[in-house]
Design a protein around this ligand. Structure first.
Ligand code: PGA
Length: 249
């Protein structure tokens, strides 16, 4: 049985003290809900404060991005090892905002996935189609290309630590959530693809999150789908009360 995994992506929101306060609330909530795995992803600037708050708790700490090199002349970048040293346990890679606004490609997503593993961080690898791609009937082809690219040469023994997040670009921050059936269709294909790449046993272990306008009022129906094992949540993770409602699903 795969445990549900809810991660809050705080994007470029919350000053460090605000992030810390929200992390405290999430920590207290999570303590009472041992059946669900939880992580929060503050900005780089908030990581240290949130790490301190989460120390010894069961809430994972995710960075929102990393560089693939260990160190070097890469002004403005942060390595997976540095994130790990700050207390991070996870890192989001290939979020569609990074792909669309900051030039991430399947190749850089792959390098970052390897870097995460090298540093002992659990990657949350994001894939998802744009509205134009969906309307052109290319959804499955696009996510398949992204998954194959992201997982190139990722060893089978790494896969249980990895989470794959399906986030249709048209659903992110728009209030337009994929229907449970639409999301399940893609998740089922992702599971099948993982089976082709790694065998059915491993494919059945990997958690597949859905992301894109997940809210307290739609989380339950999404989570009831057989191949949806959690959610990567932006907007609704920024307030303690809605985060609580997501975790209680
Ligand atoms: P949203 O963001 O929940 O605000 O749509 C999801 C995400 O980008 O991970």
């Amino acid at each position: 049985m795969r445990r549900k995994f809810i991660a809050g992506n705080w994007k470029m929101h919350l000053l460090p003290p605000e992030a810390r306060a929200l992390a405290r609330a999430v920590k207290e909530l999570a303590a009472g809900l041992p059946q669900v795995d939880v992580a929060v992803a503050p900005t780089f600037a908030g990581l240290a404060a949130v790490a301190e708050e989460l120390k010894g708790s069961r809430v994972g700490l995710a960075a929102q991005n990393c560089h693939w090199e260990i160190q070097g002349a890469f002004t403005g970048e942060v390595s997976a090892e540095m994130l790990r040293a700050l207390g991070a346990t996870h890192v989001i890679v290939g979020h569609s905002e990074r792909r669309q606004l900051f030039g991430e490609t399947d190749e850089t997503v792959n390098k970052k996935t390897h870097a995460a593993h090298r540093a002992g961080l659990k990657p949350i690898v994001c894939v998802g189609e744009t509205l134009a791609e969906r309307e052109a009937g290319r959804t499955l082809e696009v996510v398949e290309r992204q998954v194959r690219g992201a997982l190139r040469e990722v060893a089978p023994e790494r896969m249980p630590q990895l989470t794959l997040a399906y986030e249709p670009v048209w659903a992110i921050g728009t209030g337009k959530v994929a229907s449970p059936a639409q999301a399940q269709e893609v998740h089922a294909r992702l599971r099948e693809l993982l089976g082709e790449l790694y065998g059915r046993g491993l494919a059945s272990e990997v958690r597949l999150q859905y992301g894109g306008s997940v809210k307290p009022d739609n989380v339950k129906d999404l989570m009831a789908q057989p191949d949806i094992d959690g959610a990567l949540v932006g907007g609704a993770s920024l307030k303690a009360d809605s985060f609580a409602a997501l975790l209680r699903m």
